[in-house]
Design a protein around this ligand. Structure first.
Ligand code: SF4
Ligand code: SF4
Ligand code: SF4
Length: 266
């Protein structure tokens, strides 16, 4: 592995893996780790707070900086209060928008059915809140004991794996997706590069759009197609004014010819 990828991974190992984007990198901790290597300040991870900012400064032999403030109070471990999201289930309309927004797949439910959050997996990243059209997701304080270092490392590794599995699924859907993409554009190539060098992370593969066959149409076919389209348009116009079975039959015939000719020319 090259040295730049190795240092990116060492930085990423310190980041909480909440994937919240509060550092300004909407697609998560790994892109922020990369930006730090490229010279960005290492104090911007909001959920990591001062302990993460200090650990990064130490790793990188940089001056210690005051961590970006959080809106939540500071816990006894020096990090901001851990939060969890909760859906007010009786108000949920089952639109599924929160599911694709959740980076660690902590929400279950399907179309038009009530959704629920798996509390153990929720990191309180808040990313599901804005997409909810009926504003039925609340954030509450996490009342579980603060994890020790070993538990935190286990949690981070699990969240990282869940996020990478989420990215691979999003990547597969990206090519065929019709409606709007709720989640930020993800630098999939960076994630793919990192997973190639890891035994423990789900592999991320870039999905290429299927190549469209080039349309080759000779001059004679082009003229035929143009003629057919003109005749079809004329008949459709006439039929829109008055129904006529003969004309309808002619139109059906022309549409069949058009379809055959188009098939041959592609
Ligand atoms: S936890 Fe959030 S703020 Fe911290 S590095 Fe990851 S994405 Fe950025
Ligand atoms: S359920 Fe909401 S707050 Fe919890 S991890 Fe998923 S997107 Fe973040
Ligand atoms: S976005 Fe809101 S309304 Fe839609 S499924 Fe999620 S919680 Fe329910």
């Amino acid at each position: 592995m090259n040295s730049s990828l190795s240092i990116i991974q060492q930085i990423d190992a310190i980041l909480p893996q909440t994937q919240c984007g509060l550092c300004g990198h909407r697609d998560g901790c790994l892109p922020y780790a990369k930006a730090i290597v490229e010279g960005e300040d290492a104090n911007k991870c909001v959920p990591g707070g001062q302990p993460v900012a200090d650990a990064l400064a130490e790793l990188l032999h940089r001056n210690k900086l005051i961590a970006e403030p959080s809106v939540w109070p500071i816990q006894s471990d020096g990090r901001p209060q851990r939060m969890k999201a909760v859906i007010r289930e009786d108000e949920c309309i089952g639109c599924t928008k929160c599911i694709s927004a959740c980076p660690v797949d902590a929400i279950i439910g399907s179309g038009k059915l009530m959704h629920t959050i798996l509390t153990d997996l929720c990191t309180g990243c808040e990313l599901c809140i804005a997409p909810c059209p009926v504003d039925c997701i609340d954030l509450v304080e996490d009342i579980q004991p603060i994890p020790n270092n070993e538990q935190r490392l286990f949690e981070q590794n699990d969240l990282r794996s869940r996020y990478y599995a989420h990215i691979q699924r999003e990547e597969k859907q990206r090519i065929h997706r019709k409606g709007p993409v709720v989640r930020a554009e993800i630098d999939t190539e960076l994630f793919a590069q990192i997973t190639q060098n890891s035994q423990s992370l789900p592999t991320i593969e870039i999905v290429e759009a299927p190549q469209k066959k080039p349309i080759v149409t000779d001059a004679k076919t082009t003229i035929e197609l143009a003629k057919l389209r003109t005749q079809i348009k004329k008949l459709e116009k006439q039929l829109s004014v008055r129904a006529d079975q003969n004309k309808q039959d002619q139109l059906d015939q022309l549409l069949r010819q058009l379809s055959v000719l188009q098939g041959e020319s592609e």
